[in-house]
Design a protein around this ligand. Structure first.
Ligand SMILES: *[C@@H]1O[C@H](CO)[C@@H](O)[C@H](O)[C@H]1NC(C)=O
Length: 547
């Protein structure tokens, strides 16, 4: 046997274990050989050096010029003009209306639904802790804003290349609330009378101040007309135009038509609630991460209590106070006791994804670390490193590496793409690999799917969920459901050990045999067919391809 062939054979053995781990095959040795030799060649091809770019995905500063609707300072661009503030309209502007006070009108009226009340929430924080609490809250909020804002929120004003100046994007109003419309202006075209009209369909215009020598018609209506013989007066008046959303229909937009002398422009005002942040207290104010306060370890078990106890003991060597959540759907469950352990019992055989869903629904920390019940922590299982990646980048989920008894290390990085396919449905394709290395984290890359060992943002994963219809062999399905929602990374320098799974049949004990009967049922063809049905109907794919 030549050296190369021997190497291929060894690789085939590794591939077989790897594929077993990925629940791809459970067939006879002939099939294995037929499948793994070409696969090994393919893997060799994939492993041949490629040059990936390094991309900076660190949390960025907020776009500085996102429209700040919180303060209104009348502009003094035309100092020679005077104006009178319109108090009725001014009090509708956001900063002026953020106050928790019972309206006098309601305080005295009939109280069918109980007495109106207000609560100042900062009062629940002990005064001695308030300053620190505010500082941490500001810090977490800044990070949240950095993650949720994009350049599409940036305010862009079209310069006056037609005589109309107006905001191209970045104008946003909360449902039924009022904003000043920024950036409106008319350039001089030598008219005798300067006239501008604005029209909308989901709200009305008004003026927050009255400027002399400007005629205003249609205040508090959907069509507003402004005219003046003096351009400066008109432009000063345009600075005071407000928009009030009148139709409660969040996540829509109003299109404003702006016209003057045959010139026309339109721009959108987004109507939406600002997403309510869900911030977590970091548990310490020092620069070191408090892992127990930030991370919960979640796992699902089925019968393998011996393995689970080994996992828990290994975690406790390094993280004595981290909470461990166990979802358990065994037929005859055993109680797993210990501090910081929560075991949830489920109906027998509810399955893999239902268990993940249950475990994750009970997490109360910012992040959770997913582990299989037959993993073992070692000195290389540095959860801090994964926390650092999620704290400093826009990633939602970052995988580590799993080390098999054989020494083989897998990160199972998968790129997933969906190509539009018309009425027949879309085409799904997956291939091993990743897109780019992450700047500042040379061991980490960005991809779409990763191994069963990952740290994730709890709120983002709850948005995707684990489809409980997938009862057995399933993993990549979660990442397919998460496409477009989750930003996924993978680091190969945080490694967890995997208790051996490859055992000769006569060495297995009864429990292991029962486990395998459920985990890899003989009739697995039907479960694969079911999975394909979900792809077809739920995800609306017409086909799938794995390279
Ligand atoms: C870390 O967080 C836990 C849980 O919130 C808390 O009990 C502990 O005191 C914190 N440790 C430090 C060093 O701040």
């Amino acid at each position: 046997m030549s050296k190369d062939v021997r190497w291929d054979c060894r690789l085939s053995g590794l591939m077989y274990r790897l594929l077993l781990r990925m629940r791809l095959i459970r067939k006879s040795p002939c099939v294995i050989l037929a499948v793994t030799v070409p696969l090994a060649v393919l893997i060799l091809h994939v492993w041949s050096p490629k040059f990936y770019s390094v991309v900076d995905i660190q949390n960025r500063a907020n776009p500085a010029d996102v429209l700040d609707s919180s303060c209104f300072v009348p502009s003094r661009k035309y100092p020679h003009l005077s104006f009178t503030l319109n108090e009725d309209v001014l009090k509708l502007l956001p900063r002026n209306s953020c106050r928790c006070e019972v309206e006098p009108r309601l305080a005295s009226s009939l109280q069918i639904f109980g007495k109106p009340f207000t609560i100042q929430l900062s009062e629940v924080i002990p005064p001695s802790e308030l300053a620190e609490c505010n500082r941490l809250r500001d810090e977490e909020y800044q990070k949240h804003m950095q993650r949720t804002q994009t350049l599409a929120d940036k305010l862009i004003i079209a310069p006056a290349n037609s005589p109309l100046q107006y905001p191209v994007q970045g104008v946003e109003v909360r449902p039924l609330q009022t904003i000043l419309v920024p950036g409106l202006k008319l350039e001089d075209m030598g008219q005798e009378v300067y006239k501008v009209t604005l029209s909308a369909t989901l709200g009305t215009f008004n003026i927050a101040a009255v400027v002399e020598d400007v005629k205003v018609t249609g205040a508090a209506e959907m069509n507003l007309a402004l005219s003046s013989a003096h351009l400066d007066n008109l432009n000063q008046q345009l600075e005071f135009v407000t928009y009030t959303n009148m139709v409660f229909h969040p996540n829509t937009a109003d299109i404003v038509q702006l016209k003057s002398d045959g010139h026309e422009a339109s721009f959108t005002i987004k109507i939406r609630h600002a997403p309510t942040p869900k911030l977590f207290e970091p548990g310490s104010s020092s620069s070191d991460y408090n892992i127990s306060a930030m991370v919960t370890i979640a796992t699902k078990t089925f019968l393998r209590y011996d393995k689970l106890r080994i996992l828990i003991n290994s975690i406790r060597r390094f993280y004595p106070t981290i909470t461990i959540i166990i979802a358990d759907d065994s037929e005859f469950p055993e109680k797993v006791d210990g501090p910081y352990i929560e075991q949830y019992f489920m109906p027998f055989g509810k399955g893999w994804f239902a268990g993940r869903n249950l475990a994750i629904s009970q997490v109360t920390t910012k992040y959770f670390l997913w582990v299989d019940d037959d993993f073992i922590f070692s000195t290389r299982t540095k959860v801090e490193k994964l926390v650092d990646v999620l704290e400093k980048t826009t990633l939602d989920l970052v995988g580590g590496a799993v080390r098999e008894i054989s020494g083989f290390i897998t990160t199972f990085r998968q790129m997933i793409s969906v190509h539009p396919g018309g009425r027949a449905g879309d085409c799904l394709s997956t291939e091993p690999g990743y897109y780019h290395v992450i700047k500042g984290f040379p061991n980490c890359v960005v991809t779409d799917g990763i191994v069963n060992f990952f740290l994730a943002r709890t709120d983002k994963v709850l948005q995707v969920g684990f489809d409980p219809r997938l009862r057995r062999a399933a993993h990549l399905e979660f990442f397919i459901d998460g496409l477009g929602i989750l930003h996924v990374g993978s680091c190969d320098d945080v490694i967890v050990d995997h208790a051996s799974k490859v055992k000769l049949p006569w060495m297995k004990n009864t429990k292991e045999k029962v486990y395998e009967k459920f985990r890899y049922p003989e009739s697995s063809d039907s479960s694969i067919q079911f999975k394909h049905r979900l792809f077809y109907f739920k995800n609306r794919f017409q086909c799938l391809r794995h390279d």
